[in-house]
Design a protein. Structure first.
Length: 248
């Protein structure tokens, strides 16, 4: 399919079942997609870890420290953004390995590839994919049965998205080092030179019911204690205020 953009899915070497499931999904739709090796944080040299993740920034931006799985997840996406920037591709479809593709995935990706190059990121799944109501600013037809939308509040899921070269450049210029989980960080679009984040509604991917329940990130730091809860509330309030100030 000449009009299909490049597809890359992030997968750790140890997650063989996840790889097999997603490769089967791609074959089912007759698509070519390539595995992109995920980053196992503990295997990174200490110098790379310090360059990518900032504990002072984490203390400022988020209510708890990140675990190695969260850091590795972010580092994997960063590496894929760097791959796009170094390639000749105008955009890439990024998938995490715990998703399933609906039949409209192909036509949606083809329609995204045909759009004018005035966007940075287009999410392929949002809150509605979890049965929640999406907060939208606008929507226009993208392909049969699916719209291209602008969000009032960008959803946090990073399970699947399209990324343009311009979007990769903005993110790489502003997100190294990082201090938040990637799904939270990307919601702060104004911090990345007004990253233009849009979405597809209804979603064209869904979370796999089996593999998504067994996260590769691992156990996160508990949020017990009034201090942690207060910090979380404060960050959520700050997000809402900044989003309203910068939003459409």
């Amino acid at each position: 399919m000449d009009s299909m953009p490049a597809i890359r899915f992030i997968n750790l070497d140890r997650d063989l079942e996840r790889r097999a499931r997603l490769e089967a999904e791609l074959r089912r739709l007759g698509l070519q997609g390539e595995r992109f090796a995920g980053v196992l944080w503990a295997t990174l040299p200490e110098g790379d870890q310090r360059r990518l993740y900032s504990e002072p920034l984490n203390a400022k931006q988020f209510h708890k420290p990140l675990v190695n799985g969260e850091k590795g997840c972010y580092a994997s996406h960063l590496a894929l953004w760097q791959w796009l920037q170094a390639s000749s591709h105008p955009l890439v479809i990024v998938l995490e390995d715990d998703v399933r593709l609906i039949d409209a995935f192909t036509s949606a990706c083809q329609a995204i590839a045909a759009l004018p190059a005035d966007w940075d990121m287009i999410k392929l799944i949002g809150r509605s994919g979890l049965g929640k109501r999406e907060k939208l600013a606008s929507q226009v037809a993208l392909c049969a049965g699916h719209d291209l939308v602008r969000y009032r509040r960008v959803p946090s899921l990073t399970a699947g998205y399209a990324l343009s070269r311009r979007g990769a450049e903005k993110l790489l210029d502003t997100r190294i080092p990082f201090g938040r989980p990637i799904d939270v960080d990307l919601r702060h679009w104004w911090e990345s030179r007004d990253l233009d984040v849009r979405g597809v509604e209804p979603p064209v991917i869904v979370l796999d019911e089996e593999t998504s329940q067994d996260s590769s990130i691992g156990v996160k730091v508990a949020e017990d204690g009034l201090r942690s809860k207060w910090r979380k509330f404060r960050h959520k309030l700050q997000y809402s205020l900044h989003n309203a100030w910068h939003g459409p």
